[in-house]
Design a protein around this ligand. Structure first.
Ligand SMILES: NC(=O)c1ccc[n+]([C@@H]2O[C@H](COP(=O)([O-])OP(=O)(O)OC[C@H]3O[C@@H](n4cnc5c(N)ncnc54)[C@H](O)[C@@H]3O)[C@@H](O)[C@H]2O)c1
Length: 258
């Protein structure tokens, strides 16, 4: 269980990853486990595939079925983690709604769809961080990595609720970094560009994915491991004094016109 540079950088640590049952979240779980962490996925869906993949590679993982917008369920899940493992070192707020939501002009977005977006993408980050930061604050150490999106930088059209939700995630990241610094906890965001996953392959037309890749400085399509490696860096010892940052992993897509 070694990292790319041959170190078990998260050996003995416990990481909670929201939305770890599939796609980017699953890759984050597998990557943190390869670096030595025990990973726990909190997901609405069963995380059995993630747990099996981690264990097949010799790592340690568990899944808890949990709606991460439900404070009571989240508190119970975090207690289950600390009771079982005695610690919680890393939180990755990855769960979100994205490619399954319809894109349309903001004046056509139904208010209940706006509320759903905010509930899943923003409220969950608040609720899970509130619960998971308690054992971190007590231990005076920890890392929180929030998955935002590069849409906040370029203002993706016809997706205003999603753009707004990810802007809120960047704001939360900066505010939490200020408040948690005195407890030795670093808080950062990773903002992916369009990532090819088993889900976006189904939900995002191939032609659109090709157009996005062509607009990047580095024109290869992003894959989940590009995001997971950035998360692992921010969760690991190499990022000791990095906090309050938003790391864009998008092949340079938001550099602006050349
Ligand atoms: N895929 C991309 O191109 C892309 C680009 C930029 C940012 N992102 C962000 O990355 C993150 C992961 O994206 P993805 O493409 O892997 O998403 P996905 O939809 O494929 O997977 C999301 C996971 O979160 C879980 N989830 C959703 N709501 C939940 C809830 N209330 N409680 C618990 N679990 C819940 C789902 O069950 C699923 O397993 C999201 O925050 C997304 O906004 C994705």
């Amino acid at each position: 269980m070694v990292s790319a540079n041959g170190q078990q950088t998260l050996e003995g640590q416990v990481a909670v990853v929201t939305g770890g049952a599939r796609a980017i979240g699953r890759e984050i779980c597998e990557t943190l486990a390869r670096r030595g962490a025990t990973v726990v996925s909190l997901d609405l869906s069963d995380s059995a595939d993630t747990v099996a993949a981690v264990e097949a590679a010799g790592g340690s993982a568990a899944g808890i079925v949990c709606d991460v917008t439900d404070e009571e369920r989240v508190q119970a899940a975090v207690s289950e983690v600390t009771d079982r493992y005695g610690r919680l070192d890393v939180l990755v707020n990855n769960a979100g709604v994205f490619s399954t939501m319809e894109r349309r002009p903001f004046w056509e977005i139904p208010v209940d769809e706006w509320d759903l977006m905010m509930r899943v993408n923003v409220r969950s980050v608040f609720v899970v961080s509130k619960a998971a930061s308690a054992p971190m604050r007590a231990a005076k150490r920890g890392r929180i990595v929030n998955i935002a999106s590069n849409v906040f930088v370029f203002g993706m059209p016809d997706f205003m609720h999603y753009v707004a939700s990810k802007g809120a995630v960047v704001g939360i990241t900066r505010a939490m970094a200020r408040e948690l610094g005195r407890f030795g906890i670093a808080v950062n965001a990773v903002s992916p560009g369009l990532v090819t996953t088993e889900v976006t392959e189904e939900t995002v037309p191939a032609e659109y994915r090709e157009r996005v890749a062509a607009g990047q400085c580095l024109q290869q399509p992003l894959v989940p491991s590009d995001i997971a490696q950035a998360v692992a860096y921010l969760a690991g010892p190499e990022a000791r004094l990095v906090t309050g940052q938003n790391l864009l992993v998008n092949g340079g897509a938001t550099m602006g016109p050349s």
